[in-house]
Design a protein around this ligand. Structure first.
Ligand code: FMN
Length: 191
């Protein structure tokens, strides 16, 4: 196989689509964020990379709490809208049904999974802040559970890819195998 060099800013294909919620200027505000990842097991710590110019950053700096809300495929039109519209230009506070948990981070009822997080640390990069937050509480819609476990098919989560010329949203495809098990089968074959 021939490997070719590509632009090193190329983003690969699997990124979550997460709606970040904050209170800014005393109003709930939401933005779409795909540069998101879990970074520590215990305490459960997450990172979101957020452009320093975003209105959202004002709220995170001030309150030191924020939410991560995971939308299903059916919410993506609205999710995309809040990803192209700043809270400085439009009031995004009444687009969703909002609920609160133990902090004043606004969470979205229409999302299948919600987390409220306390800021642990913010790392400054030239154009983004890496915001590290510890999850205080997580919520899931009861109807998306099967046998007491979250059911990915029911949740219908969204993947974003910036890999193609026109960035796109995708839903999950077929399950291809069991994690932590496929390797065991390979181990058995080797011995
Ligand atoms: C698909 C998509 C992914 C995005 N991912 C990020 C991201 O990871 N980090 C970021 O800072 N902005 C990201 N944005 C841009 C913000 O969501 C957008 O600038 C938003 O209007 C900021 O809102 P605010 O000014 O109210 O905070 C993304 C937008 C879209 C449409």
């Amino acid at each position: 196989m021939t490997k070719i060099k590509i632009d090193q800013r190329f983003s690969p294909y699997q990124m979550p689509s997460v709606i970040i919620g904050t209170i800014v200027d005393e109003k709930p505000n939401f933005m779409l964020c795909t540069w998101v990842s879990r970074v520590n097991r215990n305490p459960p710590t997450w990172m979101a990379s957020i452009n320093r110019k975003h209105y959202t950053m004002n709220g995170i700096r001030e309150n030191r709490v924020f939410s991560m809300n995971f939308p299903s495929a059916n919410l993506m039109q609205l999710a995309d809208y809040i990803g192209i519209t700043s809270g400085r230009a439009a009031d995004k506070s009444s687009l969703f049904t909002i609920f609160y948990g133990e902090t004043n981070a606004p969470m979205i009822e229409e999302c299948v999974l919600n987390m409220e997080l306390e800021v642990r640390e913010m790392i400054e990069f030239p154009d983004h802040f890496i915001v590290l937050g510890n999850a205080v509480t997580s919520y899931i819609d009861e109807e998306n559970m099967t046998d007491n476990r979250p059911d990915m098919k029911k949740m219908n989560p969204v993947i974003y890819t910036g890999a193609e010329k026109q960035p796109t949203y995708w839903t999950l495809g077929e399950k291809i195998g069991d994690a932590f098990q496929l390797g065991k089968e390979f181990k058995k074959l080797k011995t």
